[in-house]
Design a protein around this ligand. Structure first.
Ligand SMILES: [Zn+2]
Ligand SMILES: [Zn+2]
Length: 292
């Protein structure tokens, strides 16, 4: 079983950023130029509670409308992105709408619902498991670290606990959540493999799991052959196989300019995901694979 097609292209996307239409530091036009100059091919501006639809994107940059809706009470916080959502969601959504109703509303307005930065939000596994029909989750959110936040950009440890408890909320995304743009802009990307560069094709591919999150390293293929997983990738210095097991032999494969690594799946592993680490500390995160 191969996770990716051998022939379809990957598109580099950022599905989470803010402009001067909410609390971001760049105008929508500056934001589009910022991401286009950094090689992004797909961009969603997700201003708080409003859909920003800029005109005249640079050639080659596909814009997908979006917004970010938020909820907080004394126990829980949830920020949810609505991608490719109709703008009439602005009138239908009210502050204080519970997270599940927000997710359902995004769907009823034609959108795809993504849970943003669960580590920043301090989401518990129990809370994550209470949500239904979420289409994806940010495993990395670039702004959720210094200099403006505590170091909670990487949600992988939190999600590993939840996935080990039975959560099946995936695929994973890597988004910048740019506000200041320097230094967080252009740090992370969501790579989607799709047949067409259209919002419908890209988001369907995302929901189907043809996606990974990255700060730079690239997955080429992830293939399961019997009880073995084979990963091919851009040159890295570590390939890490993460699962519900606390320790397992062979989990970390180290080397210089590694472009291939393999791992034997253990009988008690219920899910498996792969991380790439390059020499400069940049990482990539695959979407978990349900094993049994
Ligand atoms: Zn947020
Ligand atoms: Zn945000």
């Amino acid at each position: 079983m191969k996770l990716f097609s051998d022939s379809l292209p990957f598109y580099k996307a950022n599905f989470h950023c803010h402009t001067t239409m909410s609390d971001g530091h760049l105008t929508p036009a500056e934001c589009m130029r910022f991401y286009h100059e950094r090689g992004y091919e797909v961009l969603s501006i997700t201003d708080h509670r409003s859909v920003t639809i800029p005109c005249d994107p640079p050639e080659g940059l596909l814009m997908i409308p979006g917004l970010e809706l938020d909820y907080a009470d004394s126990l829980n916080c949830a920020h949810i992105l609505g991608l490719n959502v109709r703008a009439d969601i602005e009138e239908k959504w009210k502050r204080g709408t519970p997270p599940q109703e927000t997710i359902d509303l995004i769907h009823s307005c034609g959108g795809t619902a993504i849970l943003a930065h669960p580590a920043w939000s301090l989401n518990s596994p129990q809370f994550l498991m209470s949500l239904a029909h979420v289409d994806g989750v940010e495993i990395y959110n670039s702004v959720s670290t210094l200099p403006t936040n505590a170091d909670r950009a990487d949600s992988s440890n939190l999600l590993d606990i939840a996935w080990s408890s039975g959560l099946t909320l995936w695929p994973v995304l890597g988004n910048d959540d740019s506000h200041q743009y320097y230094p967080e802009g252009g740090v992370a990307a969501t790579m989607i493999q799709a047949a067409e560069k259209t919002p419908e094709s890209l988001l369907a591919a995302l929901r189907n799991g043809a996606v990974y999150a990255t700060q730079g390293p690239r997955f080429r293929q992830i293939e399961i052959i019997g009880e073995e997983v084979v990963v091919t990738c851009s040159p890295v210095h570590a390939v890490v196989f993460c699962s519900n097991l606390t320790y397992t032999a062979g989990r970390v494969v180290l080397g210089s300019n590694l472009t291939r690594a393999s791992y034997r799946i253990k009988a008690s592993e219920r899910f498996l995901r792969i991380e790439l680490h390059d020499e400069t500390g940049k990482r990539a995160w695959s979407t978990p694979i349900a094993l049994r």
